[in-house]
Design a protein around this ligand. Structure first.
Ligand SMILES: [Zn+2]
Ligand SMILES: [Zn+2]
Ligand SMILES: [Zn+2]
Length: 184
């Protein structure tokens, strides 16, 4: 399923050279046409909109699939989420459903209680490592309302990675999709 990254040097759409490989905030690699550029303000591609995504390299794990016994691989989705999946599994883009063995286990990051108290409300803090490897301290009373897509409880968050001030969900590109966005 991982498409071989053949060395493309010219845009298949307009024939212009491709730009150097870029990395999105969530760590995905892509190469776009040199005549096109992403405008973060309008959230649109200006010029040629050809984008070549690099499939993340699956990392083989020393674990076997509980369903079929094939080796498991660690994959990272476009949104930077990690999952273990069966190496026999694939994704049918047209039907938008898994093919082959459908074993998937999401890696949801880790959470650790801290002795520190929240400067906002005095409850204890937790150290959270997100699925894409970012670390933050947040208040143990905070939560996430998936339906309203907003934070609940105390909103105190301190990101530990330098420069990162907000959770990065990756820039939403409208390119093709290698992986379904499973609900965690
Ligand atoms: Zn082009
Ligand atoms: Zn399997
Ligand atoms: Zn708090």
């Amino acid at each position: 399923m991982a498409t071989k990254d053949t060395k493309l040097t010219n845009c298949p759409k307009c024939g212009s050279p491709l730009s150097p490989v870029e990395e999105t905030p969530s760590g995905k690699k892509l190469q776009r046409c040199s005549t096109g550029s992403w405008n973060p303000e309008t959230r649109q591609v200006e010029g040629c909109d050809y984008v070549k995504w690099f499939s993340p390299e699956p990392e083989e794990l020393d674990e076997s699939c509980p369903k079929c016994g094939a080796p498991l691989v660690m994959m990272t989705t476009r949104a930077g989420k990690k999952m273990k999946k069966c190496s026999k599994g694939g994704w049918d883009r047209e039907a938008r459903k898994p093919t082959g063995c459908d074993f998937v286990e999401w890696f949801n990051g880790t959470k650790e209680d801290l002795e520190e108290k929240c400067p906002t409300c005095g409850e204890h803090l937790v150290l959270v490592t997100t699925a894409n490897g970012k670390k933050m301290k947040k208040c143990s009373t905070s939560g996430w309302d998936r339906e309203k897509k907003q934070a609940t409880g105390c909103t105190y968050i301190e990101w530990l990675n330098s420069g990162a001030t907000s959770p990065s969900n990756g820039t939403k590109f409208n390119g093709d999709e290698n992986f379904p966005e499973y609900e965690q």
